[in-house]
Design a protein around this ligand. Sequence first.
Ligand SMILES: NC(=O)c1ccc[n+]([C@@H]2O[C@H](COP(=O)([O-])OP(=O)(O)OC[C@H]3O[C@@H](n4cnc5c(N)ncnc54)[C@H](OP(=O)(O)O)[C@@H]3O)[C@@H](O)[C@H]2O)c1
Length: 283
Amino acid sequence: MKTALITGASSGIGKQTALALAKQEYRLILVARDLSKGQRAVDEIKSQFPETEVSFTSLDTTHFDSVREFTAKLRSDGQAIDVMVLNAGLFTPKLKLSKSGHEYMFATTHLGHFLLTHGLLPLLKKSSDPRIVVTSSIAHWVGYFTDFFKLKTVSSSSLLMAAPFASYGRSKLANLFFVRGFDQRVPGIKINAFHPGAVQTDIWRDTPGVFQRLIGPMLVTEQQGASTQIWLASTPDLTASGEYFVNKKKALTSPWSQKKSMIDQLWDYSLSELGIKQFGEPE
Ligand SMILES: NC(=O)c1ccc[n+]([C@@H]2O[C@H](COP(=O)([O-])OP(=O)(O)OC[C@H]3O[C@@H](n4cnc5c(N)ncnc54)[C@H](OP(=O)(O)O)[C@@H]3O)[C@@H](O)[C@H]2O)c1
């Protein structure tokens, strides 16, 4: 039996992937913040696929001590992880800092997942076909990094409507830097990013009303949004790694996302902010 760990699995795209992998008889380890929402997702999976071995852990990926505790517990259990779906993400209409002092979307989407992957690499290496799937977005095109120090401040420009969108884009650009940085450094594990499309999920809840009215007619269903994620996680004939997909096809990414110097800078910044000496070798 294969095991999949999915972050942001309590709703939207992540929950659809959990359901699809339950159907394929994966054992599921699910993570998100809200315990009751997570429990409802587990109930839904169990009602459709009663044989599924599924656990839910309430974990905020920006709470780095909790992420460390969670990964240490899984390592002590010792069971291989075949697929990690790094999917947790959100849009905050006002910029705010995480407990760790980083911009919250960036901390959720990038730093928390970086730390999770570091802590669970020994379990991924136990799999015969280990994979990581990262939910990025077409929004990475509006992301940029000029000054890493700014990741720890919420500037006055955050009052402008554009600033949260730019920061969301930056968090999704960080996903691509991570995929490429990981692929260059860790052999034998397939890692890919994808854009799910504009999907009818809770993520739009906090965007401005006018924006919701504009985007509303274009949104696809959660099932459609999850299809590339499910495919990258479970198709038997996947060979790609370090790539970005849209509708199960390789797609172009922004010029920024391909800058080797930025990939390396973000990697080193992440190691230093998270106090990691050797990536993938948790103490
Ligand atoms: N919907 C779209 O059109 C679209 C387009 C491009 C990319 N995406 C990406 O797709 C991914 C899934 O989003 P979705 O659209 O399915 O929205 P969603 O239904 O709101 O799902 C987001 C999931 O992430 C969890 N989450 C949020 N912040 C977290 C944190 N700090 N720690 C742990 N879990 C957290 C949420 O649960 P809790 O709130 O309980 O933690 C929820 O399970 C996100 O990365 C999003 O950026 C979505």
